[in-house]
Ligand binder design. Sequence first.
Ligand code: PLP
Length: 412
Amino acid sequence: VSRFNDITMAPPDPILGVSEAFKADTNEMKLNLGVGAYRTEDLQPYVLNVVKKAENLMLERGENKEIPYHLLDLNVLYLPIEGLAAFNKVTAELLFGADNTVIQQQRVATVQGLSGTGSLRLAAALIERYFPGAKVLISSPTWGNHKNIFNDARVPWSEYRYYDPKTVGLDFDGMISDIKAAPDGSFVLLHGCAHNPTGIDPTPEQWEKIADVIQEKSHIPFFDVAYQGFASGSLDEDASSVRLFVARGVELFVAQSYSKNLGLYAERIGAINVVCASSDAAARVKSQLKRLARPMYSNPPIHGARIVANVVGSPELFNQWKEEMEMMAGRIRSVRQKLYDSLCAKDKSGKDWSFILKQIGMFSFTGLSKTQTENMTSKWHVYMTKDGRISLAGLSSAKCEYLADAIVDSYH
Ligand code: PLP
């Protein structure tokens, strides 16, 4: 008899479980719109050219043993706990802008984390340790893993209104009043751009008002930036929400991920940045982040960190990355438009589909209910999350009409 009899079967992950179900489906029309991973027009995974170039460069340098000091030598066994110095430097610069005073005054504690997820988890551990009882406010809805992360870190959380099903848009008044109603000094988790799952971002004016309320309440903003570049196609523009708060002199957290925008998914590359009021505070925060990371996973991976350091650190590769970023974001925008056109052409009910065009980033929140999404999968072999989210990054123009048929059929 097993000592593990009291351990029950865990449910499959709601997002990663979709891919497993997709794999098992043998229908040739099947379409995987579950995971937010970029695909080409042929629906194949895409390795960015700029990543291949950086890897070739790394290989050549390794062979010649001519590695610039800042990129470390290949004989190094482990990175330090805080990660690759060259990575940490460029990742903060990419986010805040190299000329930002918080960087010049060394007021940012940056620690390389295990991609976005691991960086969020590390910040959650810091909150649990140094802000006991403080609550994290998360948007309703949000990326499903946020709740798991704070639950496992034993950080209490509650939701603020975000999505308005009536308008398929932002419930701005609800959002503001919930942030106001929270205890002073709460953490407010904000998606820096391309909100997951809704694809609905506040306007610049709304961001200003959100910042006003957060400052009024002495809350601490906690940005999750997993799609920098995917909302507008511009890396700088997509960082504007974060930079707006930084310009106001607010102390804040930002978790970053290179899974989507550099396609480094399995390399697990990201960072946690804590902007502090002084360089002294930043040094202390960084030391504690390292102390938390050491018993969790000791130190982060090096290969992907070198890729980022090479791409962002070289003007030539950086420009190429920007071009590829625009290409990827552009492809998603074009299938978004085509899906909208197909829906308008096929749906005779008079329903207003313009919300699809207003949403940005990889996702579209269709407003399909749980039963309707079940029809999408069982009848049409379209795999998506039960909240009605589809990843347009997994859609080709060739499949837009088929998807529109499936959506129209499932709605009515
Ligand atoms: N945050 C959000 C909003 C996401 O959508 C994702 C990925 O789907 C992540 C964080 C973290 O992804 P990763 O851990 O691969 O960087």
